[in-house]
Structure formats: C-alpha cells, structure tokens
Design a protein around this ligand. Structure first.
Ligand code: ATP
Length: 362
C-alpha cells in the first residue's frame, strides 16, 4: 500500500505538516538545509523505528521539544504512526487507533528502503549495511523470518552470556546445539533469498550498468565455512570463543560479496557507478518485496543529482517506470531532476524551504 497522507509534528526543523502524497512518485526540492532529508528521515522512521542519520533519537526531535510524531494514512485507509518521547525514551505505536507495543507490528505495514549520497560508502565499507539490507528483504519476503530472527537473537544472547561468564557443561552445550540448529535454518533461508536476488539483479544491471551485467557475481558467505559443520567448527574454536566472550561464527556473521570479473565492485566502479549498482540492488529487492504483495515498497532517494550524470538519470528514469513502488526523491533544484520528471504530470512535487513544505502546482 502506498502512503497517501503523511503527518509530522516536532520532527527536526519541519513545520508541523500534513502532506497529500502521490501513490507512485513524489519530489521534494529545496536548498541545502531546507529540510528535505528530514522529511525522508520521518518516513524512514515509520518503517524502521529509527533514523538513518543518527542513533540518538534526541537529535531528531525538534530543538526545545520533548517528543515527535510521524503518522501516515495508506491508500487502504489504514492509519498508523508513532509518538516518540525522548524524556522517557518510550515509543507509542498506533495502528487504526489501537496501541501496539512492538515496532514489528508497524513495520508490517510499510517497507522502506533508502539511498543517500553516503549509502554506497556504508554499503561497501563493511558488512553491517549489507546485513541490514539483506535482512530487510528477508523480513518482508520470507514470512517466517521475523519470528525466526527473534528466536535466534534470544539463543545467541544466552550462548554469548555463557561464553562471557565462562559457563561450561550442560547449559552451554544446550545453547550451542540450539544455536547450530537455528543458524542452519537461517542460512538456508538467506541462501534461497540471495538466489532470488541474483536472478533478479541482472535485469536491473542491464538497465543501469549494461556494460557490467555479465561479469558481476554475488557470493553469499553464511557466517562460517560452508564446507564444514557448524558444531564441529564451534567445538574446534571453543577456547577462542570463551577467550573473546562471544560467538565468533554463526548466522549473525553472514556477508554478501559483490565482484566484477572476480574483483571487489567497490575497488573498480566509480562513485557514480557504485550508486547505480546500489540502485540496481535496491530495485531488485523492491521487486522481490513487491512480488509478495503484502505492502507496496517505499523507496527514498536523498539527493538524486549527486554523482549521477544525465545518462545515468535517464537509466534511473527507465528503472522507476518498471518497478511498482512508491518513490520519494529529493533534489536541490529542478535541474537535478531532469529527465526524471514524467511528462504526463503523474506525480506530486513539493518545495521545501526553512522546514516549510508546500505543494508545487504542475
Ligand atoms: N532536531 C532539530 N531541530 C530543529 N532543526 C534541526 C534539528 N536537527 C537538524 N536541524 C536543522 O534542520 C535543517 C534541515 O536539515 P536537512 O538535513 O533536512 O536539510 P536538507 O534540505 O536535506 O539539506 P541538504 O540539501 O544540505 O542535504 C538543518 O538546517 C539542520 O540544522
């Protein structure tokens, strides 16, 4: 479902506002510091329960305020949102007027992905962002993943507690056995999902990076040597794990490697090409989420103009016309959006100035 109305209160520098959104395509234009990223951040918050810019929620609440609200109405007339109080650190979630305690309830209603000018640095910089990216897709595409992940984190916590407190014997063996079992289940699910990604990715690379399509490979590293049994590896490394005080192998350590002709993509592609690669991956994931049809995916693209020349923006335009998601794009000026703006006027455009958002008539 697209979101058709968005309300924000006390969010960053944004004036309290209610926006009527286009179900497919929305543009936000404004100068540096006007509030474009803040607006995208508010939508991201609805989908993830956190910011993509800071881990400190007190940075997000408007100066001199103690709470903020973000809420949305989807095209099925479902209302959902959250109120975050920075004094108490609590978050109140409401879906159709009913309070919920778990953020995952809210996340079922909205699948948000974001690309910022910094995204590719983070994405290629270390496994954290790649893990986040894959698991966001897993959460929406593999229906049992959310429950499985919750159970996994509990088991990992128990096992790590044993490692940290040097608890050996029956208790440790029990958690190790549980850990191995659930790691294998998750690894298999992720393996299946990565295969889905591989199959879909070439289509988007063909549009966005046609010269590179044939020689790109995606490899899945499950978190331990896939030729060996996890339990055997853990037994062999038991002393090392007790020394470190946490689990050194397992599904929490997975990664994905992207290579071109056998070399790391990030070492070969230019910054603009890396952005196109990340866009291709994001469209891939969007397509996979869209296919399960629980929610219409939302794609936030902050500062589209950065690093993309006119040809790349044309390829981007072709991509967005082939994916069924709701897109929010920010740009410094109208020029940076050329040739992305559709000639059929089928979009909404807003101007952002000093935190005030106003609709631009077409
Ligand atoms: N908690 C806050 N309360 C009020 N204002 C804030 C808060 N946090 C940041 N700001 C201000 O909000 C403004 C908008 O920032 P934002 O990053 O959204 O701008 P932007 O339009 O995306 O700019 P750019 O094009 O440079 O990326 C900045 O001037 C910033 O100083």
């Amino acid at each position: 479902m697209s979101i058709v109305k968005l309300t924000t209160n006390n969010f960053r520098n944004l004036d309290n506002a209610t926006l009527i959104l286009h179900p497919d395509l929305n543009f936000f234009i404004g100068e540096n510091g006007s509030g474009k990223s803040s607006l995208l951040e508010s939508i991201f918050f609805l989908g993830h329960g956190k910011s993509f810019r800071t881990s400190k929620t007190e940075n997000v609440v408007q100066f001199d305020q103690t709470n903020f609200v973000v809420s949305a109405l989807n095209c099925d007339n479902k209302r959902f949102g959250l109120l975050r109080d920075t004094r108490t650190g609590s978050t109140e979630i409401k879906i159709d007027g009913v309070k919920h305690s778990k953020f995952s309830e809210l996340a079922q209603n909205i699948a948000v992905q974001i690309i910022t000018p910094e995204s590719f640095k983070l994405f290629f910089g270390g496994p954290r962002e790649r893990r986040r990216f894959v698991d966001l897709g897993m959460f929406h595409v593999k229906h049992n993943f959310s429950e499985l992940w919750k159970e996994f984190t509990q088991i990992l916590k128990q096992r790590n507690a044993c490692l940290k407190r040097n608890i050996r014997g029956q208790q440790f063996d029990y958690w190790t056995e549980q850990f191995c079992f659930i790691c294998n289940t998750i690894a298999q699910l992720r393996y299946d999902y990565l295969n889905q990604i591989k199959n879909e990715l070439s289509k988007w690379l063909e549009i966005l990076l046609p010269d590179y399509t044939d020689d790109i490979t995606v490899s899945y590293l499950q978190g331990w040597n896939s030729k060996k049994d996890l339990l055997t590896i853990l037994k062999q490394n038991e002393e090392r794990e007790f020394e470190k005080g946490h689990s050194l192998f397992g599904a929490q350590r997975f990664d994905v490697r992207f290579q071109y002709k056998g070399l790391a993509v990030e070492n070969l592609l230019s910054r603009g090409q890396q952005k196109l690669f990340l866009l291709a991956l994001t469209f891939t994931q969007t397509k996979l989420i869209e296919q399960v049809k629980r929610v219409k995916p939302i794609l936030l693209i902050d500062d589209i103009g950065a690093e993309l020349d006119i040809h790349s923006r044309m390829a981007f335009y072709q991509s967005i016309s082939e994916v069924n998601c709701q897109i929010f794009i920010s740009a410094i000026d109208y020029q940076a959006l050329e040739p992305i703006i559709p000639s059929d006027n089928n979009y909404n455009m807003f101007h952002v100035k000093h935190g005030k958002i106003s609709a631009i008539s077409k």
